[in-house]
Design a protein around this ligand. Sequence first.
Ligand code: ADP
Ligand code: MG
Length: 252
Amino acid sequence: MTQPNIVLHVADVHKRFGGLHALADIDLQIEAGKTHAIIGPNGAGKSTLLNVIIGKLAPSSGQVVFDGTVLTGRKPHQINQLGIARVFQTPEIFSDLTVLQNVMIPALAKRDGAFKLNMLRSLESETAIRQEAEDMLQDVGLTGRIASHAGSLSRGDKRRMELAMCLIQHPRLLLLDEPTAGMSRHDTNTTIELLKKIKARGMTKVIIEHDMHVVFSLADKISVLAQGRIIADGTPDQVRGNPKVQEAYLGG
Ligand code: ADP
Ligand code: MG
């Protein structure tokens, strides 16, 4: 049974790629308002798990339940419409449009149920969404770049823009796949501060991350994946001291 304070329940999920058991027996419950980190060595199954949650991959068995709704079998855009947004490992942005336009588009797509090309022509007249996009960009520290082409942003600034693209959808659940990958220490710390600010607003987050500094700065709860199985979970302190976790990292 899913408890009432559980936003997302990954129930007994298995995923096989041919002979490879990429996810085995995954049971994961994400509590409302919490930041839940999923960590584990390379190849552990972290991205596969995320892709199962967002509907990009179908599980071989088991199901994912979000707010009482079974997600399994639904398409990624339907799952997004239900209130799950994710920051891609590889950002999907419109390089030739401005930063402001990139942030307005997901809000329009959410309002209208889908992305349509003619939205690009009507962007000028969408004053309410424009204002909200400007506010989001201020939140992520990009006010100075709103008129720049998205393609000209630094990697760190692109990540910030992407976060604004997610936040403007007001998701109930935000999924982040290695949000600080490839960032300098300075940009990483700025992103941690930003994610803490979002947390203060009560948004539920699942964060996949291998940078322990990021994980221990942000997570309320950590699940450790190794070879497709959850080998430990608990608070950061519980996980830090777990010999199985140290073994998985050193041996992996
Ligand atoms: P992580 O994100 O933890 O590094 P992944 O979820 O990307 O791990 O991969 C888990 C395992 O599944 C790896 O052995 C990987 O090679 C394999 N894998 C991932 N995606 C596919 C796929 N589409 N087809 C076959 N094998 C895959
Ligand atoms: Mg991965």
